[in-house]
Design a protein around this ligand. Structure first.
Ligand code: NAD
Length: 432
């Protein structure tokens, strides 16, 4: 059985140390706070968490859990270090990594004195890039060892909630290890052999951002529910009932729907209805900053698409797909119409292929919208894909009509896929 040192015996560290010890590992809690170390050694939890004192007391009595301030001793006696020190905000809101760097430095220095294999696991919440660009080089430098052979550094974000932390440790949504090698990732997941949950090895950037994405999503959910609640109250409705009904739609609302990052939204309903709600709030002197920020956020995503196209430096562009989604000829508030309007205004020579759209069939508000935004649309549309391919030095893939088109003769630098390129790092897009 592997022996584990847990650095930082606060909320995350103490729960982790006690649970690992319960699951059979010899575990040492390491902290600079002598009171926390003394409390643990006396069989008491240094933090208030239901059930934790009992577990700590049991494990200390069984001789599987102890604590120390002596970093060197802890490293010499263990095979794995889990780091759960704090990563608070600095004055500007950035992540403070001072405590983490100190721990990594101490681990590196202790490891330089011996030759046993060692794995360092970052359990603290940390932005992607810090492990790879700062902590990993620091560990290699201070230990004098090459990473990836006898020495590994991984991450393993924690998803527990205070007050139900023991329950969450045993029933997490999933266990995720970020690692640069499958072997190191599996070693981290192996620590959770007693936990029944999906276990995933991914890269360290993804694992790190996942934790922030989860917390940001939780915060956005609460902000959204509260703003809808405030609007409900103002309309004379029951916000809790509205949101209860919202949650009962597990097809479109509480589901994977609309949670796949890609391109901006549009169409005849979402922008219009968001505008109506925020306009009502303004007239009622109510602040709904979250709802009010959604259309500007969507515009910012569209601006990123325009920058991406401009960066390619080609003026003759072929767009595949103009309606806001495949299978409709509704062009009202399609983000691709705005994209074309902007690019044409900036001197781009654009042709559009969208077999779902026929100018002669556009009617009513749909026609009026296009007359106002792209009155020369007929001159831009081509019926024949070959014509588009001949014209476009750069092909821009808009909606899913692009999936029906064979682009195998084009190299990736001649294509901008708006459904992927704005949200996937270049190296991944290339490897996909
Ligand atoms: N609290 C939560 O519910 C929760 C949940 C998931 C993730 N996280 C993340 O886990 C990390 C730890 O959070 P926490 O709430 O347990 O923090 P905490 O403040 O309760 O505990 C941090 C511990 O680290 C110790 N410490 C500081 N510097 C040290 C050093 N150089 N060497 C050894 N120990 C040192 C402190 O004395 C303290 O005991 C943070 O990155 C946090 O964002 C927290």
């Amino acid at each position: 059985m592997k022996r584990i040192a847990v650095f930082g015996t606060g909320y995350v560290g103490c729960v982790t140390a006690a649970c690992l010890s319960r699951d059979g590992y010899h575990t040492i809690g390491v902290d600079i706070d002598s009171e926390k170390v003394a409390a643990l050694n006396a069989g008491e939890s240094p933090v208030a968490e239901p059930g934790l004192s009992e577990l700590v007391s049991e494990q200390v009595a069984a001789g599987r859990l102890r604590a120390t301030e002596d970093f060197r001793d802890a490293i010499q006696e263990t095979d794995i270090a889990m780091i759960a020190v704090g990563t608070p905000s600095d004055r500007a809101g950035a992540v403070s990594t001072g405590a983490l760097e100190k721990v990594i430095e101490s681990i590196g220095q202790s490891l330089s004195e011996n030759s046993h294999p060692y794995t360092v696991v970052i359990r603290s919440t940390l932005l992607p890039g810090i492990l790879e660009n700062r902590l990993a080089p620091l560990l290699a430098e201070t230990s004098g060892k090459k990473l990836g052979e006898q020495l590994h550094i991984c991450n393993n974000p924690e998803f527990l909630r205070e007050s139900v932390a023991l329950r969450d440790y045993d029933a997490p949504p999933f266990v995720v290890a970020g690692a640069s090698s499958a072997v190191a990732g599996e070693e981290v997941l192996g620590l959770y052999h007693g936990i029944k949950a999906e276990k995933i090895v991914t890269d360290t950037h993804t694992a790190a951002l996942l934790k922030y994405a989860c917390n940001a999503y939780h915060a956005v959910k609460i902000g959204f529910a509260n703003e809808i609640g405030a609007l409900a109250r103002s309309f004379g409705a029951d916000g809790q009932q509205v949101m209860d009904l919202v949650c009962r739609d597990t097809k479109l609302n509480v589901s994977k729907a609309y949670l796949r990052p890609g391109f901006a939204f549009g169409g005849s309903c979402l922008p219009k209805d968001l505008r109506a709600l925020t306009r009502y709030a303004e007239e009622s002197a109510m602040h709904v900053s979250l709802l009010r920020s959604v259309l500007p956020s969507n515009q910012e995503h569209l601006d990123r698409a325009i920058e991406l196209i401009e960066d390619r430096g080609k003026k003759k562009v072929g767009l595949i797909g103009l309606s806001f989604k495949a299978g409709t000829d509704d062009l009202r508030e399609s983000p691709f119409v705005t994209l074309v309007e902007t690019l044409v205004g900036r001197g781009y020579d654009i042709k559009i292929f969208d077999p779902g759209i026929s100018i002669s069939r556009l009617k009513g508000r749909n026609l009026a919208y296009i007359d106002q935004r792209l009155p020369h649309l007929a001159a831009l549309l081509v019926e024949d894909l070959e014509q588009l391919l001949e014209h476009g030095e750069l092909l821009v893939l808009g909606n899913d009509i692009a999936d029906e088109v064979d682009l195998s003769s084009r190299s990736s630098d001649q294509i901008v896929d708006l459904r992927r390129c704005l949200v996937i790092a270049d190296h991944e897009a290339v490897n996909a």
